[in-house]
Write a new protein. Structure first.
Length: 462
């Protein structure tokens, strides 16, 4: 973050200055919401939630080196040499400060949303654009009403493009976030069943995701997955120019001759409106052509050519726990896709496992959250996906995962085990650490299936 002064902070958040410090030129060089991560010279912004209140850590943050803080309430005592700015809501002030700060940067902003693949697409777009430009991007999946403002507050003078991931779990959130970002390019990866519990239907999810176009800048560009049935209905209906990517006929950007080696990479030919070139994607799964095509469309929008796009795709590195390939001695391969799961991403993961090299293919899968009244049916369908993909053994762990096991058995998979928790599954996991095994690990974030990956790695042959 570039330095801001106390005077600029007061202007940005419409705050009231408290405490002894009155020098409006007092500067801060970062914004932090966690008192344990304070760096000297930063501004502490205490957030409030149903079960926590960052105001309890104001003094800790200031004593750790913060030069000042925002606060939603007056205090009995003010530390000398520190400034306090009172606001009505610290969360609203975070947004207002990010908006104010963002105006310093006359650079293009790319906003990415969708049910599945947001983070992977963000990482691919950033990798490709980085061949020519200095890119600032969302770290991890810091994509909510806290993470997006903090991402914008991380901009520096050297940055030439900003790539921002937008997440949601209810209607109105994408509108709120895209109004803050004001994208020059707006991307929707797909429409799936995530957040069905809150939104009720795919149509409602579709409408919520399309809020990203409400704040697309004049002359901006929309990029959509044209193979998605709902997104395909937007062809010719958006007020801004749009590019559709996919594997079906009639796409603006398409992938031909898609092939996987089942171990390290995917290859294909990318065809754009103006060029055709081959790329090698250092990731597994035919679904990886979609982030690649979206990155190609954005790169061409910013004047880049096929050679640069190819170079950027080759440099792609997935975020942690997104189909990371971990190789162990004894020809054992672990596919760590533990970060999150939905019916769509489970289907893609089943296909990756089916195509992967290995004499024995094992799926260790768990609950998918926020699926509402259709949860059992979605879990049963996932069991079918793994059976159809040629999985040798399925180990289901978690409360709802029992329905994955049932669906797999109903679809004809013979080697199926169900365990309510990780501890009871451990003996079965150990039995699969054998030569030639490929083991996929995947579940929703709250299941914390990285514990399973850690367990497998701790007991794998050394």
């Amino acid at each position: 973050m570039e330095a801001l002064s106390l005077g600029q902070l007061l202007e940005a958040v419409d705050g009231v200055l408290l405490g002894e410090v009155t020098d409006l030129d007092t500067a801060f060089t970062g914004v932090c919401t966690d008192s344990r991560q304070i760096e000297p010279g930063s501004l502490f912004l205490p957030l409030e939630g149903e079960r926590f209140d960052g105001h309890a850590f104001l003094q800790d943050a200031l004593e750790a080196g913060a030069v000042g803080c925002l606060t939603a309430r007056e205090r009995e005592r003010y530390l000398p040499g520190k400034f306090y700015v009172k606001v009505r809501s610290t969360q609203r002030a975070l947004r207002d400060l990010a908006w104010y700060y963002k105006q310093r940067f006359p650079i293009p902003f790319v906003a990415i949303t969708g049910s599945v693949g947001k983070t992977t697409t963000k990482d691919m777009v950033a990798a490709v654009l980085s061949v020519r430009y200095q890119v600032h991007k969302t770290e991890g999946n810091y994509n909510n009403d806290i993470g997006v403002p903090l991402t914008l507050l991380g901009l520096e003078r050297r940055h030439e493009v900003c790539v921002v991931e937008l997440g949601m779990d209810r209607a109105g959130e994408i509108d709120y976030l895209s109004q803050l970002v004001e994208p020059d390019v707006a991307v929707v990866t797909n429409i799936g069943d995530s957040h069905m519990e809150n939104l009720g239907s795919r149509e409602a999810i579709f409408q919520a995701k399309c809020e990203i176009f409400h704040h697309l800048k004049p002359g901006g560009l929309a990029i959509l997955n044209g193979d998605d049935p709902l997104l395909a209905t937007l062809r010719g209906k958006l007020s801004q120019p749009a590019r559709f990517v996919g594997r079906e006929e009639g796409m603006d950007y398409t992938a031909l001759d898609v092939d996987s080696d089942g171990a390290t990479h995917l290859s294909c030919t990318v065809r754009t409106p103006s060029a055709q070139f081959s790329v090698e994607i250092p990731a597994l799964g035919a679904h990886m052509v979609y982030p690649t095509l979206m990155a190609a469309a954005i790169a061409e929008r910013f004047g880049m050519g096929g050679d640069e796009i190819t170079q950027g795709v080759r440099a792609f590195l997935p975020t942690k726990m997104r189909m990371n390939v971990v190789r162990c001695p004894g020809d054992i391969m672990i596919l760590n896709d533990a970060y999150n799961a939905s019916p769509q991403s489970m289907r893609a993961a089943a296909a990756v496992l089916g195509d992967a090299k290995g004499r024995r293919k094992v799926a260790v899968v768990g609950d998918m959250k926020e699926l509402g009244s259709s949860s059992q049916a979605f879990h049963r369908a996932v069991g079918g996906y793994f059976a159809q993909a040629g999985t040798d053994r399925l180990i289901a762990v978690g409360d709802q995962a029992r329905f994955i096991a049932e669906g797999a058995r109903e679809a004809g998979l013979e080697q199926v085990d169900y365990y309510p928790d990780l501890e009871q599954a451990e003996p079965a996991l150990l039995r699969e650490l054998r030569a030639g095994s490929t083991i996929l690990v995947k579940a929703s974030r709250s299941m914390a299936f990285e514990r399973i990956v850690d367990y497998l790695l701790a007991h794998a042959p050394q």
